[in-house]
Each structure stands twice: as C-alpha cells, then as structure tokens.
Write a protein that binds this ligand. Structure first.
Ligand code: NAP
Length: 276
C-alpha cells in the first residue's frame, strides 16, 4: 500500500482547500506547534510538520519552551493558543518531559483546535461517531484502508498495541466500520495465535519485526504503524509480504499519512472556525 503516494494526493487536496479558504476569507489557516525542550527527534518531527504545512499553504506558529517548563506554564501557553483566533490548530509535540502532566497539557487544547486528535473530547467524539478530529495516525490508517477498498464489515481486525493516540483509537475506528476488533498488548497471552486469525492486522507496538510472516493469514491486510530505529517496522516485511494480500511498507506506508491527516484537519478546523 503506497502511503507516500496517497499522502501526496491528500496534501495536494489540502493545499487546494487552504488556498480557496485564504482567497474567500482573507485568512490563512495556521497551525501552532508547541515543543518543550530540545529532544533531537522531536525537533526533527516539528520541523518536518512545519515544512509540510508551508507546502500546503498553512502558516506555522512555533512556540519553543525550555525543558524546565512546568505543567502550569505549559497549560497556560496552550490555553493562550486555544483562545487566539489567529491560530486554528494546535499540536503539542509529545512525549513531553516526565515531570509534566501530559494529559493536563493535552486537555488545554480547545476541542475545535485539536487537529492532532489527542484530547479526551476528540477520543469520545470519535468513539461515539460524532463530529470531531481523529488521532492522526489511526485516521491515516483508515484513509489507506478506504483507498484500497478494504472490506471491513464483519472482518476480524487484530490491533496490536493500545496506546491512547494509536492502538485504542485505531480499534475504535475499525469498530465504527463494523469490523470485529481484538486488542492485543504486552499482557496478551498467545499473540501469535490471535494474529493468525486476523483478516486485518494493525501493528502499533514499537518492537522491531514483532509480527512474523508465518503468523499472517494468507490474503490478510497488514498495516504496520510501527517505526523503530533504522527505519524498521513492527512487522517483518520480507516474510509478511509473501502472505499478505496488502501490506504497508516502512517507511512510506502509515508515516506520511499521519502528517497528511494533520494538515487536512488543520484546514478543516480553520474552515469551521471561519464559518465556511
Ligand atoms: P506506546 O505508547 O509505547 O504503546 C505501545 C503498545 O504496544 C502498548 O499498548 C504496549 O502494551 C504494546 N506492547 C508492547 N510490547 C508488546 C508485545 N511484546 N506484544 C504486544 N504488545 C506489546 O507506543 P505508541 O505511541 O502507540 O507507538 C507504537 C509504534 O508506532 C512506535 O513504533 C511508534 O514509533 C509508532 N508510531 C508511528 C507513528 C506514525 O506516524 N507512523 C505515529 C505514532 C507512533 P501495554 O499497553 O500493555 O504496555
């Protein structure tokens, strides 16, 4: 599954929509990025998001805070962005330092600006099938499945990983499409037997090549959201591809879709705030 190609198209569509919005309202969509500290990987991610935003005609407003920032200071900064009418979307780059209450910081993001889909409001809205923003990586996964016309109703989807931003929302979105969903995690007994039963496998763990080809049911759809050092996914691609009907590569699969969904949701947020 060509995530890179689909992401390019989604970004092009987003750029067209952003340009139309700017033309019709005189306001350019703006994404605020907030980074605490200078972790090199986080700095790179934020720069990448800013560069892609620029390509899509979205303004970036960056707020860099020192590593010593307290929860109260971070909440105050994010609250100010939530109240700033010139900012349409807010992205808090995470993980933030261990001394910060990440959940409190996320919850300071106004639901209408939660374009990264990290707040409890967004999760609940998504789970209830109400309007709101989805967590970007699960949103990107669903867009890929849609693009490849993957039938989900009545299929058994096995999601490996249950983080709040990835595994859990991915399972909820699959459930909303009438898949029968099994969640697996670090305490799951006999992971291999469960994966063997899956029509759709979503790997969202962060363990290189945890899912082996021999566990893939012939013809299954394999989505690898994992990203480990050395550009390695959570699925052993070389063995899994020989059995899978469809499979996402790493890199070039889920990763580019995540940023594409972030940009699309930023323009959607701006459109809603501008009442168009
Ligand atoms: P996370 O918060 O560390 O969660 C990992 C999940 O995997 C947990 O639910 C954990 O179970 C489970 N797990 C750990 N070891 C396991 C094992 N041996 N068997 C089964 N389950 C196991 O990670 P995350 O933030 O969800 O990220 C997961 C992966 O996706 C990482 O590689 C990350 O880099 C990647 N990612 C990619 C993108 C993208 O844009 N492509 C975006 C976000 C994340 P417990 O809950 O029991 O601990």
């Amino acid at each position: 599954m060509d995530g890179a190609g689909l992401a390019r198209r989604v970004v092009e569509e987003t750029a067209t929509r952003a340009a139309e919005l700017t033309r019709s309202t005189g306001v350019t969509p703006c994404l605020a990025t907030v980074l605490v500290g200078e972790d090199p990987a986080s700095v790179t991610y934020v720069r990448m998001k800013q560069a892609r935003s620029a390509k899509a005609g979205i303004l970036s407003r960056h707020v860099g805070l020192p590593a010593t920032t307290t929860t109260a200071e971070l909440v105050e900064t994010i609250t100010a962005l939530s109240n700033d009418p010139t900012v349409h979307g807010i992205l808090l780059q995470h993980p933030v330092g261990p001394h910060i209450d990440e959940r409190a910081a996320f919850e300071a993001i106004a639901p209408g600006k939660d374009v990264d889909g990290v707040t409890m409001h967004s999760f609940a809205a998504m789970s209830f099938g109400l309007p709101g923003f989805v967590s970007c990586t699960p949103g990107g996964i669903m867009r890929l499945l849609e693009e490849y016309d993957v039938e989900l109703a009545g299929k058994h989807a096995v999601v490996v990983g249950r983080s709040a931003i990835l595994g859990k929302p991915a399972g909820m979105l699959l459930l909303a499409k009438d898949a029968t969903v099994t969640y697996c995690h670090s305490r799951t007994a006999n992971l291999s037997a469960l994966v063997k039963e899956a029509d759709i496998v979503v790997a969202a763990v962060g363990r290189p090549r945890l899912i082996r080809g021999e566990d893939i049911k012939p013809g299954a759809v394999v989505i690898d959201a994992g990203y480990n050092p050395g550009n390695v996914g959570d699925v052993d691609f070389d063995t899994a591809r020989t059995r899978a009907g469809l499979i996402t590569p790493v890199p070039g699969g889920v990763g580019p879709m995540t940023i594409a969904v972030l940009l699309a949701q930023t323009v959607e947020a701006a459109a809603r705030q501008l009442g168009t």
